[in-house]
Design a protein around this ligand. Structure first.
Ligand code: BTN
Length: 243
């Protein structure tokens, strides 16, 4: 479903999912007035430049938590980007749990929302924001230079409809990966730079430095805290990579 303008494609897709719209419904907009990121952050969504899409996912048996859906989506998006760009150098990587980076700058993000507990009605909305054709100038101005785009990195403009179609197909057609957590974890680990990284963990009870070890079958991040050597499992915390 294409909209010229929405508050947020995730909000729109959540409404449609509650009204019974089917699995694989994709909501796309040209501009978002209230694009949202993880932890309620604002998502820069200029008109006609980038991708703002949300896909309704239904009837997915046995998926324990949204983190796993986010991990799955990150694998799908990165695979599509590798295919489209046809580059052998792996510039694009994922940071746990939902960020897509091009080297040190953020290219995109994933926001998974939904109704997870109800037996009767259970759905996920996978929201994907991808900076495709934004210029360096507008990214510097609006993301403090922390964001980048495919255009900035490659000098090429991309057809958004083509990229959206590829991502939507990957999300719908790679479902066996979501159902095989071992293979999913391996696929994600291969494209992530978080396992093995020194990170700062920012949680509700403060921050600490740790070594990221990897993710478990629920998509949670396992870290070893540097000060006490204790192993912890992270769900909703934020991690910042340290150099
Ligand atoms: C993040 O990095 O924190 C996640 C960003 C997710 C942004 C996308 S854009 C399409 C969809 N609609 C939203 O409001 N957010 C997601």
């Amino acid at each position: 479903m294409y909209f010229k303008e929405v508050d947020s494609t995730n909000t729109r897709a959540m409404e449609l999912a509650r009204r019974g719209y089917p699995h694989a419904t994709v909501v796309v907009a040209d501009v978002q007035r209230q694009g949202r990121g993880r932890r309620g952050r604002y998502w820069f969504s200029p008109e006609g430049k980038n991708i703002y899409m949300s896909l309704i996912f239904r009837d997915v048996e046995g998926i324990p938590c949204p983190e796993l859906v986010t991990i799955y989506s990150a694998v799908c998006v990165v695979n599509v980007l590798h295919k489209i760009l046809d580059i052998s150098e792996p510039h694009i990587w994922t940071k746990w749990p939902n960020d897509i980076y091009w080297e040190n700058r953020k290219l995109g993000g994933i926001l998974t929302e939904g109704v997870f507990s109800s037996q009767k009605e259970r759905f996920f909305v996978i929201g994907i924001g991808l900076n495709v054709n934004s210029s360096e100038e507008e990214l510097l101005k609006n993301t403090d230079g922390r964001g980048t785009s495919l255009y900035v990195e490659t000098g090429k403009l991309f057809r958004r409809d083509m990229v959206i179609r590829e991502i939507a197909s990957a999300l719908v057609n790679s479902i066996e990966l979501l159902e095989d957590s071992h293979r999913l974890i391996d696929s994600w680990t291969a494209i992530s730079r978080t396992p093995g990284a020194r990170v700062q963990v920012i949680g509700e009870r403060g921050r600490y430095q740790a070594l990221a070890l990897g993710i478990n079958e629920r998509g949670h991040l396992i870290v070893r805290d540097e000060a006490g050597g204790r192993v912890r499992v992270l769900g909703a915390e934020e991690v910042v990579h340290l150099r």
